[in-house]
Design a protein around this ligand. Structure first.
Ligand code: AMP
Length: 203
C-alpha cells in the first residue's frame, strides 16, 4: 500500500502519517524530515530554501526521496508525507511509482497559523509541544520527557509560515486537484482524524 498524505502546514498530516504508518506497519517518509537530516555539501543549499519556508529544488528532494524509497523496508509500501507539493514533483513521482491513495487533511489558514506559531520542538529528543493548545509543556520551555530546552523552528516563525501557506495554495492545491483525493477535516482531535482516515480504508 503506497499512500500520500498532503495538507497545509499545521494540519497534523505528519502526526497522522506516523499513527497510520504504525497501524499499517509501513514506514512513514516525510520529505521535510529527510531534508532536515541532509548532511555534507547539500546542507547549505537545502537551508537556503528551508529556513525561509520555500520549496527546496525538485532535483534535491527527488534525490533524497529516491534514496529512501529504495531501501528494503519500503518494499511492502509506505506513507509519503509532504510529497508531491507541486505539479513538477507529481510528474517525478509518477515516473517512479504508482500511488494507491491520496489523502488531504485540511484546515483553515487561521488555524494553521495558530498551531504553527505555537509549535515548540525539543532540541534533544524531538518531542513536539504546542504553547497555543493543551499540548503545552509542563514547565515553560523545557521538554517533559528529557528536560532539554525547547526551540521554535526557524520556518515556524510568522513570515515563513505565511510563505509556506502561500506556496501550499499556489502550488500544492493545483496538484491535489489532479488526483482523486480523499479529504479529511483536520480541525478535529487527533483520534477523530485518524478514525476518519481509517474509515476510508474500509470503504
Ligand atoms: P515540513 O516538515 O513538511 O513542513 O517541511 C519543511 C520544509 O521542508 C518545507 O517548508 C520545504 O522547505 C521543505 N520541503 C519538504 N517537503 C518538500 C517538498 N516535497 N518539496 C520541496 N521542499 C520540501
Amino acid at each position: 500500500m503506497r499512500i500520500v498524505f498532503l495538507g497545509p502546514q499545521g494540519s497534523g498530516k505528519g502526526t497522522q502519517a506516523k499513527i497510520i504508518s504504525e497501524i499499517l506497519n509501513v514506514p512513514h517518509i516525510s520529505t521535510g524530515d529527510l531534508l532536515r537530516e541532509v548532511e555534507g555539501e547539500l546542507r547549505k543549499q537545502v537551508d537556503e530554501y528551508m529556513l525561509k519556508g520555500q520549496l527546496v529544488p525538485v532535483e534535491i528532494v527527488v534525490q533524497v526521496l529516491k534514496q529512501r524509497i529504495e531501501k528494503p523496508d519500503c518494499k511492502k509500501g509506505f506513507i509519503l508525507d509532504g510529497f508531491p507539493r507541486s505539479l513538477e514533483q507529481a510528474q517525478e513521482l509518477e515516473k517512479e511509482i504508482e500511488i494507491d491513495k491520496y489523502f488531504e487533511i485540511f484546515i483553515s489558514d487561521e488555524e494553521a497559523i495558530k498551531r504553527l506559531s505555537g509549535r515548540r520542538t525539543c532540541s534533544k529528543c524531538g518531542a513536539i509541544y504546542n504553547v497555543n493548545s493543551d499540548a503545552k509543556p509542563l514547565v515553560d520551555g523545557k521538554c517533559d520527557k528529557c528536560g532539554e530546552g525547547l526551540f521554535q523552528r526557524e520556518d515556524d516563525k510568522e513570515e515563513a509560515i505565511k510563505k509556506r501557506l502561500e506556496i501550499y495554495h499556489n502550488e500544492t492545491e493545483p496538484t491535489i486537484e489532479k488526483y482523486d483525493v480523499i479529504r479529511v477535516n483536520g480541525k478535529q482531535g487527533i483520534e477523530s482524524v485518524s478514525h476518519d482516515i481509517l474509515d476510508k480504508f474500509d470503504s
